[in-house]
Write a new protein. Structure first.
Length: 636
């Protein structure tokens, strides 16, 4: 045949009022610069599916580069690699310009510290794993396409060599995040939240790790410190030795952050666990403003100035009834309280100079002349605490019954002092030692068979609990729902302070303390910071830095979603479940040809990308440029 191409030709015929289309396969060619057509086969009338079938078949006959004939029995997906979650991670790394922190530092030209840090952060962002595993995981994702780093250059030796270099940039990273967040308007940075947690260490070779009590009980651990903005962005983080008490970290934290940022102009908000006289004096000495709360023992100093009769009255209301809620609100407001939110009321403790002197004689730690104290009452928390106390008492009664069975089956003599000690420790452990629970110990002889079947006669005891009076519960619940907020911001500065920070009260600031608690939850549950599989101090610190950077990407995504009306609110697990479904699928057509395609997006993925403002990640131009989709690759 002359040079030409196959086409699906059609003609129209009218029969009455109807028009019919008839199809045929034709060969179009030119001869002496004139077009000719040769009919190869008449196909007759075709439906929509048949028309598409013949068009595709003819495209294959014409060797169209985008069309390939294939045998369904030989068609298979050779590999499926994570794409969209990796692409979103890279997007938000670039969004924060984190590579700029490392741009003037590299001891090798083939792969930079910035690239290693970027890969480590995104891999932990996508699928947390040990440093030993990241090299293999890197090959199993689309990150080599997205970062343009050859997998052979990203290896275990290179990773561990770069960890030290990454840690050297920790302070620069914090400063960079803070300055960029302020520049882009993500934060004003007036209020900073400071807290600590612990991280478990595997093995005993780490000199920083200490055996002791931590959040998971007793374990070998290090202490993790984090400072975030009110929006959740991390600006300072550090790892210190295990067993370092919370109250001992403040002085070191202040000196180091002032070295990085200069004089702290913002307000520091921290948990009551870090409150000590030395810490508060240190902050006041450096003219640093703070918002925190007193522990339960210090609250009792203000008992004489607390209207317990009013609190007892509102505690008798049923918090589930709307009418009683209204009564609670009215009574507390008449009693001088202000409503901070629907379940929290507060009033400032105002004392005369004489009253301040009397209190200062009892304790010199409150510094009433420089600090302000606000009494806060939460009716819902009060009822909940009272209910839980009763439940713990009932659980204690059940424990006593089981303990009596154990005492009755004793094969050795039981001492009265030992039984009483065990009883008191259980009361303390269950946090009901403040309830006046009376008991009697009755001595008796028990006869039990040992393993050899011999009868053993032993002296043992039976515990009998007395009934707990309502007054005992009332005394124990005297401070239920009551707590005390403390700040050194003067009353004269209130108006200016609230105008600048856009907060309504100091309680709103302290309530945002749960942001730093959320930080540790994400680090623990999603970033999976522990256990630490490294043991050298510099590696442990670098691991924490990588985890914090991964958390930064996570909290940025959460913030975007919470502030967007383009998608439903969701947690990180839902976000990554949605993103993980969009992958690079490498499809084998036949023995010689493979193609790579992107999993078709669904509606939820489209909405999520729209909310995150990164829908370009699935555009044809981007995925083709990055080599995510391609046609007619030779089969390896």
């Amino acid at each position: 045949m002359q040079n030409g191409k196959f086409v699906l030709h059609h003609s129209k015929q009218r029969k009455g009022n109807a028009v019919y289309i008839y199809y045929m396969i034709a060969w179009y060619y030119r001869k002496n610069k004139k077009p000719f057509r040769k009919i190869i086969k008449n196909l007759g009338r075709l439906n929509e599916y048949e028309t598409e079938f013949y068009k595709n078949s003819i495209a294959c006959l014409n060797n169209d580069p985008h069309m390939r004939p294939c045998n369904i029995s030989k068609l298979c997906v050779r590999e499926s690699k994570e794409y969209l979650s990796c692409a979103v991670g890279v997007h938000f790394w670039d969004h924060w310009n984190l590579s700029d922190v490392f741009k003037n530092y590299s001891d090798q030209t083939e792969i930079s510290t910035a690239e290693i840090a970027k890969i480590l952060t995104v891999i932990r962002f996508v699928r947390p794993c040990s440093k030993r595993t990241t090299a293999e995981l890197y090959k199993e994702t689309c990150l080599p396409h997205l970062t343009n780093v050859d997998p052979s250059l990203y290896n275990r030796a290179r990773i561990f060599r770069e960890l030290r270099n990454i840690e050297k940039h920790r302070e620069k990273l914090g400063r960079h995040i803070f300055s960029l967040a302020k520049k882009k308007g993500y934060t004003k940075g007036e209020v900073l939240f400071y807290d600590s947690s612990s991280g478990n260490i595997t093995g005993m070779r780490c000199v920083m790790a200490k055996w002791g009590r931590c959040k998971d009980g007793y374990n070998t651990h290090v202490v993790l410190l984090v400072v975030i903005t009110s929006e959740g962005y991390p600006i300072y983080w550090e790892v210190v030795e295990g067993n370092t008490p919370d109250v001992k970290t403040m002085e070191d934290f202040i000196s180091k952050t002032e070295k990085i940022y200069g004089k702290l102009e913002g307000i520091i908000c921290f948990d009551r666990g870090m409150v000590s006289d030395d810490n508060l004096k240190l902050l006041e000495k450096k003219n640093i403003r703070f918002v925190t709360a007193l522990d339960s023992d210090q609250i009792r100093v203000f008992d004489k100035f607390t209207d317990f009769a009013l609190l007892d009255k509102v505690r008798r209301y049923d918090v589930k009834k709307e009418s009683d809620k209204i009564k609670t609100e009215k009574d507390l407001i008449r009693g001088g309280f202000t409503m901070a939110r629907k379940n929290l009321f507060y009033k400032e403790v105002r004392l005369t100079d004489g009253q301040k002197k009397k209190i200062e004689k009892i304790t010199k730690k409150l510094n009433l002349r420089k600090r302000r104290y606000f009494s806060a009452f939460n009716p819902d928390l009060s009822h909940l605490t009272y209910k839980h106390r009763q439940e713990r008492v009932q659980a204690f009664r059940e424990w006593v019954e089981k303990y009596n069975e154990e005492l009755g089956n004793a094969l050795g003599e039981r001492k009265k002092e030992t039984v009483e000690k065990c009883l008191k420790e259980e009361l303390k452990r269950r946090k009901i030692a403040d309830v006046s629970i009376g008991y009697d110990l009755t001595e008796y002889k028990a006869e039990n068979k040992n393993e050899k079947g011999r009868i053993k006669k032993v002296r043992t005891y039976k515990i009998k609990l007395t009934e707990i009076s309502e007054s005992s519960y009332k005394d124990a619940g005297k401070h239920d729902g009551l707590w005390m907020l403390i700040t050194n911001i003067s009353e004269e500065d209130d108006e200016k302070f609230f105008d600048e920070t856009m907060f309504d009260s100091y309680f709103e600031i302290y309530r945002l303390k749960n942001k730093v608690e959320e930080t540790f939850r994400i680090l623990s549950d999603f970033v999976e910071i522990e256990p630490f599989y490294v043991y050298k101090p510099e590696h442990i610190k670098a691991h924490f830095t990588i985890c914090v950077l991964s958390y930064l990407l996570d909290i940025t995504i959460l913030t975007r979603i919470r502030n967007s009306d383009k998608t439903d609110n969701m947690d990180l697990h839902n976000v990554f479940h949605i993103l993980s479904k969009c992958r690079q699928d490498i499809i084998q057509l036949d023995e010689k040809t493979v193609v790579s395609k992107l999993t078709q997006l669904n509606e939820r993925q489209e909405k999520l990308l729209d909310a995150l403002d990164c829908d370009y990640l699935v555009s044809s131009e981007y995925v083709i440029d990055k080599g995510i989709i391609s046609d007619n690759k030779k089969c390896a």
